[in-house]
Design a protein around this ligand. Structure first.
Ligand code: FE2
Ligand code: FE2
Length: 345
C-alpha cells in the first residue's frame, strides 16, 4: 500500500486551479460572457458578439456577419470569453441545449474547447435550477448535460482532466455542482460502471446533490468566513431539503434522491443529517461524497482560494482517509495520473 501511494503521487497531472482568474461577468447585467470556444463550434454565428476592454463593451461581430480567421485569432488568444447581449441569453442557451451532442461528437473541436462549452452550459443550468428547482424543463437540461458529459469523459482519457481544470472556477455553488457531476461520472466509471444510462444517472445525482442549498438563505451560503452555530443548523438542512425537492420530480432514479440526502454522511458516522455509517448507504452515495469533498477543496470560494488537485488529494489522503473507502479513494487518485504513466501505477 505504501508503495502504491509513493508511486501514485509524483506523476499526478497538475491542473491550474491555483491561478486566480478575473471575474468576467458584467456587473450591470447588460452583457453575458460566453466561452470563446463557441465561435469555432458555429454556436455564436447568429449573435452580436462583443468584447470587453476594461469596463466597456465593443461590438466585434454583428450577427449574421462571418467570423474572420483574424477575429478568431485575436479573440482566442486574448480572452476565454466573448459577450452577447443579456437579451440574447435564452436563445443562446437553447441553441447550446440543442447542439450539445453534436458539439461533443464534433471531431474538429478540441477536448479543451468541448470541456469549456460543456462547463459553461452546465453552470448556466445550475444557475437556473437554483432559482427555480422544480422546473422540469431545466431538469431536462441537467439530464442533457450529464448524458453528454458521460460521452465526453468516455471519449478520451485526458478529457476528465480538462473538466477538473475548468470546474474549479466561477461561482462556488455552480462550479461545484458541475465538478461533482464530472468527478462522479469518472469515478463511477473507474469503479466499474460502464452502462451509459447508469453513468448519466450517477452524474445527475452528483449534479443535483446540493440542490437543497437553493432553499437556504444565500447570506449563509455565500458568507465569507466560518458559520456560527445557528447558521450551521440552517446549512445542515440542505440534504433533506434537496431530497424533498427531488422527490417532487417525476421519473427520477431513486438514487438521485438518496445522494442528495446522504452525501454528507461518512464512514465514521460523524456526518449529517442522520449520522449513519456510510457503509450502509449505496456505494454511489459514497462516490458522490468523495467527489464532493474533492470539489470543495479545489473550487474557489468566497473566503478561500482553491487548492490544486495534487494538494487536495494529499490533504484527503492525510486528513480525511477514515471518512472514505480506501479502495474508492485509490481509484479516484488513478484518474489524475498521466494516462501515459498509468499502466505502471
Ligand atoms: Fe452538500
Ligand atoms: Fe456539495
Amino acid at each position: 500500500m505504501a508503495n502504491d501511494e509513493s508511486r501514485s503521487t509524483p506523476s499526478l497531472v497538475e491542473t491550474s486551479a491555483e491561478i486566480e482568474r478575473p471575474d468576467y461577468r458584467d456587473p450591470n447585467g447588460e452583457y453575458i460572457p460566453v466561452v470563446v470556444d463557441g465561435i469555432r463550434s458555429g454556436l455564436l454565428t447568429e449573435f452580436d458578439l462583443y468584447t470587453k476592454v476594461t469596463k466597456d463593451f465593443f461590438l466585434v461581430k454583428p450577427r449574421k456577419s462571418a467570423v474572420t480567421s483574424l477575429l478568431l485569432q485575436r479573440l482566442e488568444g486574448r480572452t476565454p470569453y466573448v459577450y452577447i447581449r443579456a437579451a440574447d441569453g435564452e436563445r443562446y442557451f437553447a441553441s447550446v441545449d440543442q447542439n450539445l451532442e453534436q458539439i461533443v461528437k464534433n471531431p474538429s473541436l478540441g477536448l479543451r474547447e468541448k470541456a469549456a462549452l460543456l462547463t459553461d452550459y452546465a453552470v448556466g443550468v445550475v444557475e437556473k435550477l437554483f432559482s427555480d428547482p422544480g422546473n422540469p424543463g431545466t431538469l431536462n437540461s441537467a439530464k442533457n448535460f450529464t448524458q453528454n458529459c458521460v460521452q465526453y469523459i468516455a471519449s478520451n482519457r485526458q478529457a476528465f482532466l480538462h473538466l477538473v481544470e475548468l470546474s474549479s472556477h466561477d461561482h462556488y455553488t455552480y462550479a461545484h455542482s458541475v465538478g461533482v457531476a464530472a468527478y462522479t461520472i469518472a469515478l463511477a466509471g473507474e469503479m466499474g460502471s460502464t452502462e451509459p444510462a447508469a453513468l448519466a444517472d450517477a452524474g445527475l445525482a452528483g449534479f443535483l446533490h446540493d440542490i437543497g442549498k437553493s432553499m437556504v438563505d444565500p447570506g449563509i451560503i455565500n458568507k465569507k468566513g466560518p458559520l456560527n452555530e445557528e447558521e450551521w443548523v440552517q446549512m445542515k438542512k440542505h440534504p433533506e431539503l434537496g431530497a424533498e425537492i427531488l422527490r417532487r420530480h417525476k421519473n427520477l432514479n431513486p438514487i438521485i434522491v438518496l445522494a442528495a440526502e446522504g452525501h454528507h454522511e461518512n464512514l465514521t458516522g460523524t456526518g449529517y443529517p442522520r449520522g449513519v455509517v456510510a457503509k450502509s448507504l449505496d456505494p454511489l452515495v459514497q462516490v458522490i461524497s468523495l467527489a464532493d469533498a474533492f470539489s470543495a477543496l479545489t473550487t474557489k470560494r468566497s473566503y478561500s482560494n482553491p487548492r490544486d488537485s495534487k494538494a487536495a488529494l494529499m490533504l484527503m489522503k492525510d486528513n480525511l482517509k477514515t471518512k472514505f473507502d480506501p479502495e474508492m479513494f485509490r481509484r479516484f487518485v488513478l484518474l489524475f495520473l498521466d494516462p501515459n504513466k498509468r499502466q505502471a501505477a
